[in-house]
Design a protein around this ligand. Sequence first.
Ligand SMILES: CC(C)(COP(=O)(O)OP(=O)(O)OC[C@H]1O[C@@H](n2cnc3c(N)ncnc32)[C@H](O)[C@@H]1OP(=O)(O)O)[C@@H](O)C(=O)NCCC(=O)NCCS
Length: 141
Amino acid sequence: MKIRLGTRKDSIAIKAIDSSIDSDPNRAALIDVSLKERAIRVALDDSKIIGYSIINNSFFHRHTLEILMVDESRRREGIGRALLRNAQAELGDSTELWTSTNESNKLMQSLLESEGFERTGIVENLDLDDPEIIYFKTLEK
Ligand SMILES: CC(C)(COP(=O)(O)OP(=O)(O)OC[C@H]1O[C@@H](n2cnc3c(N)ncnc32)[C@H](O)[C@@H]1OP(=O)(O)O)[C@@H](O)C(=O)NCCC(=O)NCCS
């Protein structure tokens, strides 16, 4: 597996593996804007995109992992963990990384906690009956 910066040519392939593309009306536009801003990193098997991450400053202008997504047919192979580690490695001088996930998303919580992320807050009412859990990690530089 290889991880590289996403380019505009990757847009269709990224959207094709995103399991939330149909349910999230903002997702396709977020992907296109993030590609333009060089904020997407893609995981590749040969030349096929099998996962991606978006890192931006969307949470209170802090370095934020906004999206982590792995092709449904390729989950539980360590691709999510590899993208998460790559996100941390690519942060330059920044010493912290923030992210969030729904209370119902036990897989993401398990991944984050196993990588040393701490729960640091909760936001109610974004999704009905499914609070958003905020996580952060202090990075060793
Ligand atoms: C969350 C997600 C990114 C994990 O990606 P992945 O490539 O399957 O995860 P990995 O194989 O790297 O697994 C890393 C850890 O996550 C946890 N995990 C992942 N899938 C799991 C499963 N089916 N059951 C239990 N734990 C799981 C485990 O702690 C696992 O570590 P382990 O294999 O050493 O036990 C993936 O499930 C996904 O794309 N989900 C949909 C999008 C999403 O919810 N993104 C997060 C919010 S933006």
